[in-house]
Design a protein around this ligand. Structure first.
Ligand code: KMH
Ligand code: ZN
Length: 275
């Protein structure tokens, strides 16, 4: 079991509207302020979705590049850009995210029902993204929304070899309506099905599964992802006001569990991200 815990913060996502949740960080200034506070609270990695001037999700190349640069200048966090985008983004735009040269990118290992929408990830797209990440020397984080996604991960590794950096880190995204449930049983089934090449895993629970999945992942030796992308409530009737509240809460839990938050240097070593 890892002696310390990688805490990923996913502060924004693509699903929540700024008008519904004004404390969601959607501008570059808000994102950088959030990143600095979350690093201070114990985060090692930031999973980034960006918004345009109207606070709508965008994959605009210039904005992505500016975001990576600002986060690198202002923090030591591992910078991971989402290649999932929103359910409306075309596959071609999602591939172009790598041109912004982040440290890491998400790579979802299969198509998933996503509420009333479909989050599309056909195998040829995953395969192309995997190869392009190798070429760009970007470390993918494999997002597993369902048990079947481990088959695609196995096939990617068999066909293309290990990702850049030589490590294989996966993140279980549980409790998406249409994906695996946010239960201990589902998480354990996922852990047991992982290919031998996997070197580390984290987990997140969407909505009310957020805290139970964090506790289960810690107990099972995994790492954590938290943030407003996944959960907007601290407790019943109590909205999250700042992403750092979610990071601080699990940092405290991880410390109680004798696995305190990992430094950003250790996060880079864990994931195989270059210094
Ligand atoms: N916004 C979801 C449709 C990722 O970042 O790679 C996809 C998502 C996964 O958030
Ligand atoms: Zn995301």
């Amino acid at each position: 079991m890892a002696a310390s815990t990688l805490i990923t913060v996913a502060p924004t996502g693509a699903e929540t509207a700024k008008s519904d949740f004004p404390q969601l960080p959607t501008t570059l200034e808000e994102l950088v302020e959030t990143a600095v506070a979350c690093q201070e609270a114990g985060a090692g990695l930031i999973h980034v979705h960006i918004r345009d001037a109207e606070h709508e999700p965008t994959l605009d190349a210039t904005r992505l590049r500016d975001t990576v640069q600002a986060l690198r200048e202002q923090t030591d966090l591992v910078v991971q850009l989402s290649t999932g985008g929103s359910v409306h983004d075309p596959l071609e735009s999602r591939l172009q995210v790598l041109d912004a040269e982040p440290d890491s990118c998400s790579l979802t290992c299969g198509t998933t029902n996503f509420g009333d929408n479909v989050f599309l990830n056909p195998y040829p797209f995953m395969s192309q993204l995997y190869r392009q990440a190798q070429e760009h020397e970007v470390v993918p984080e494999f997002e597993l929304f369902d048990l079947g996604h481990v088959h695609a991960l196995r096939r990617l590794i068999d066909e293309h070899g290990l990702p850049h950096g030589g490590k294989v880190h996966v993140d279980f995204v549980t409790n998406v309506p249409g994906g695996m449930p946010g239960t201990i049983e589902a998480l354990v089934a996922g852990i047991q099905a992982l290919p031998d090449e996997v070197t580390s895993w984290s987990a997140t629970g969407i909505g009310r599964a957020h805290l139970p999945i964090a506790a289960a992942a810690l107990a099972a030796g995994g790492h954590l992802r938290v943030g407003m992308e996944d959960n907007l409530m601290l407790a019943r009737g109590q909205q999250v006001q700042h992403n750092s509240e979610l990071v601080s809460r699990v940092a405290e839990l991880a410390t109680l569990m004798q696995r305190p938050p990992m430094s950003t240097e250790d996060a880079r070593a864990l994931l195989g991200v270059k210094e």
